[in-house]
Design a protein around this ligand. Structure first.
Ligand SMILES: [Cu+2]
Length: 229
């Protein structure tokens, strides 16, 4: 297994985490980039992530039949859970691998034409059918469902995209370990993003509501460039 670690970088410059001799990531947790001035501004959310940090470890491996896969291990800490009622089931926060780059202060502009949403510069979800196989994202059909997958239309699922789920605990920590049956290609050279949304991921559409925060992910030397066609 080819274990490579990259931090979710703090700030624009940032630096990668060290990888210990055993392959276990070590080093300090790193900062998010805000896509709201204050994540309380996302009034659909019940946690505040302004002080959250995350460590993201990427493992490229193979399944039992030798097919390549990728495991993302993400540990997020510093979640403000003061408003969470832990006597109830805690709602998961959906998060995904996005192809673009987190930008500090990417607060969106609701009055622009077309309007832009907070965190929009992180771009679309990484979708292996789209970004590796060159298919199109599905269109929304008149009945509100998505165009079915075909030889030219991508499937949207946890097999084609990297979806994560964070359930904060009483210490303000959330952990996710997800293996996807592909190795992403790096469509926006060097940079990708883990965007944390405010809702759980909808398994049909991949949507998870507004973007709450963005963790930058440096993928240089980890993921290859897309195939040329
Ligand atoms: Cu997302």
């Amino acid at each position: 297994m080819n274990r490579i670690t990259r931090a979710a970088l703090g700030g624009i410059a940032g630096c990668a985490l060290a990888v210990g001799a055993t392959g276990v990531a070590s080093g300090e947790l790193s900062d998010l980039l805000k896509v709201h001035r204050d994540s309380n501004d996302v009034n659909t959310s019940y946690v505040t992530l302004d002080a959250a940090k995350a460590k993201i470890v990427i493992d490229k491996g193979t399944d039992s039949e030798g097919r390549p896969n990728t495991t993302f291990t993400i540990r997020m800490t510093g979640i403000d859970v003061s408003r969470v009622d832990f006597s109830e089931t805690v709602k998961p926060l959906g998060a995904h691998l996005h192809i673009g780059k987190c930008e500090e202060g990417d607060f969106g502009n609701p009055t622009a034409t077309p309007s832009t949403a907070p965190g929009g510069k992180a771009g679309a979800h990484y979708n292996h059918d789209v970004h590796y196989y060159g298919k199109a994202f599905p269109k929304v059909m008149p009945d509100g469902t998505l165009e079915p997958p075909s030889s030219t239309v991508a499937a949207i699922s946890s097999d084609t995209e990297a979806w994560f789920e964070f359930v904060p605990d009483e210490e303000g920590m959330a952990y996710d370990k997800t293996t996807v049956p592909f190795v992403p290609v790096d469509s926006y050279p060097g940079d990708m993003a883990v965007v944390v949304h405010v809702d759980p991921t909808n398994a049909d559409t991949g949507g998870a509501g507004p973007r709450q925060i963005c963790f930058p992910l440096s993928v240089s030397g980890i993921f290859e460039e897309p195939p040329t066609r």
